[in-house]
Design a protein around this ligand. Structure first.
Ligand SMILES: [Zn+2]
Length: 140
């Protein structure tokens, strides 16, 4: 039997990886990093706890219990996920704006501060904000 088949057999009927396990692995790396930065081995030992827990959960056969743990975790973490999504969105917008800076001119609506863009090179144009419907003139 191949090694990968053996592993697949072993994992059959076991819970596997979920968000909580990923979170525990992340915590493990954070603690290891703190241990390195502070040169304090106690963090390395503490780091083993989330690592062991993550393995325990991965190989567990109690699906409903692991599933409920993960649900509690994702509920608790949802504000964090939302914040991360916002940060990601912010940077994605900045990147998009930078990539299209030659084709579009970007500015903020003077009334509601909504970010708007117009194609460049059309001279003086009247722009109507799609959000607050205010019209104003801009050079494009
Ligand atoms: Zn507006």
């Amino acid at each position: 039997m191949k090694m990968s088949d053996r592993f697949r057999n072993f994992m059959r009927g076991r819970y596997g990886v979920d968000q909580l396990s990923n979170g525990l692995v992340f915590l493990f790396f954070i603690l290891i990093l703190i241990g390195i930065l502070t040169r304090n081995t106690i963090f390395t030992w503490i780091a083993l706890i989330p690592m062991i827990l993550s393995y325990y959960r991965m190989f567990s056969k109690n699906f409903s219990k692991r599933y409920n743990e993960n649900r509690i975790y994702t509920n608790l973490m949802s504000p964090v996920y939302d914040l991360l999504d916002k940060i990601k969105g912010f940077f994605n917008r900045k990147i998009k704006r930078f990539k299209t800076r030659k084709e579009y001119k970007y500015f903020k609506c003077p009334n509601c501060k909504q970010e708007l863009r117009v194609p460049r090179g059309r001279g003086e144009i009247t722009v109507t904000c799609p959000k607050c419907k205010q019209s104003f003139d801009r050079k494009s």
